[in-house]
Design a protein around this ligand. Sequence first.
Ligand code: PLP
Length: 389
Amino acid sequence: MKISKRAQNINPSLTLSITAKAKEMKKQGLDVVSFGAGEPDFDTMAHIKDAAKQAIDEGFTKYTATSGIPPLKEAICVKLRRDNWLDFEPKEILVSTGAKQALFNIILTLVEEGNEVIIPVPYWVSYDEIVKFAGGKSVFLKTNNFKIDPQMLEKAITPKTKMLILNSPSNPTGVVYEEKELKLIAQICIKHNIIVLSDEIYEKITYGKKHHSIASINDKIKKLTIVINGVSKTYAMTGWRIGYAAGPEEVIKAATRIQDHSTSNASSISQKAALSALTGPQDHIAKMAWEYKRRRDFMVERLNRIKGIYASRPDGAFYVFANISDFYGDQIQGSLDFCTRLLEEAYVAVIPGVAFGDDRFIRLSYATGMEHIKRGLDRMEKFCEKIKK
Ligand SMILES: Cc1ncc(COP(=O)(O)O)c(C=O)c1O
């Protein structure tokens, strides 16, 4: 069978190939330490699981409206008001199968053949793939200390620019934009009428710096912004697959039509679970962030003690993006080489920066236990000593 150009154009995920290899090695009985995970290592809380069990027992197991059940959309509006100072109505919300589907729907809704989408580098792996899938062209924007430089942003805008993808807190760098930085970006987007796709999935995982949604800066930018969020990271619910988009009604309506003919509604049971997550106790969030912070501090400190590794302290998410380019030479020619050898020789799995558009770096997730982190970093230190030029 001939594979469509569209499918051929999609790159295999480097993240998945490294984690698959690590899993395979584990299966063979090898003691692999993985810093690859993009998901919390905590369990979903009991009251959320109970809500799902109750949904099953009560027969809440049928199709729902494509855009989501009304109480969940209402709860999302309450959350956006409470946490982000954003006023949305339920008709401006689309509940999807994870934030990833929400992003997919919105990009397919707004990006056309020939449109340019500005993606700051480094970026989360799926943005470029989805833009390509929609027929758009990704324009990769160089950053300053991992953040958008407003002047460089303005220079990158052409008559074909349709959208800017903003991800704060960021995967893979962990940078969190401050309100004053968002104001400058918003000004430029308003001036040039550029849509902002604001991926806020890590909003609750910050360490001292408060998350701000760019949509809350003023009404003009709100009208140009689609906010993407979900329950995966905040409530340790990655497998439940609930995310959402909030934006202008006409965009949400069109995106809902796309979802109508792909997956229809997100799982009815997961929607009930997400409702319980958003309306139930929230105190675990601070505890979770505190634990991540402890691990972050340890990991950054230990990494920087390794000669040749430079890691800045992330303000959010649960990743350290560390520069390892000092090791490059004849033996190790890039981040994929480094990661492959680290896995094969030291049994430590990390993600090569080339997957995020910057080959000088590797990404380490600290969404894993402290013992694990210590063991993995000890091994990394020995490995780095061995490969030193
Ligand atoms: C930046 C970013 N956006 C979106 C997602 C997708 O989240 P979900 O699991 O809700 O689809 C992820 C998941 O890793 C992510 O890192």
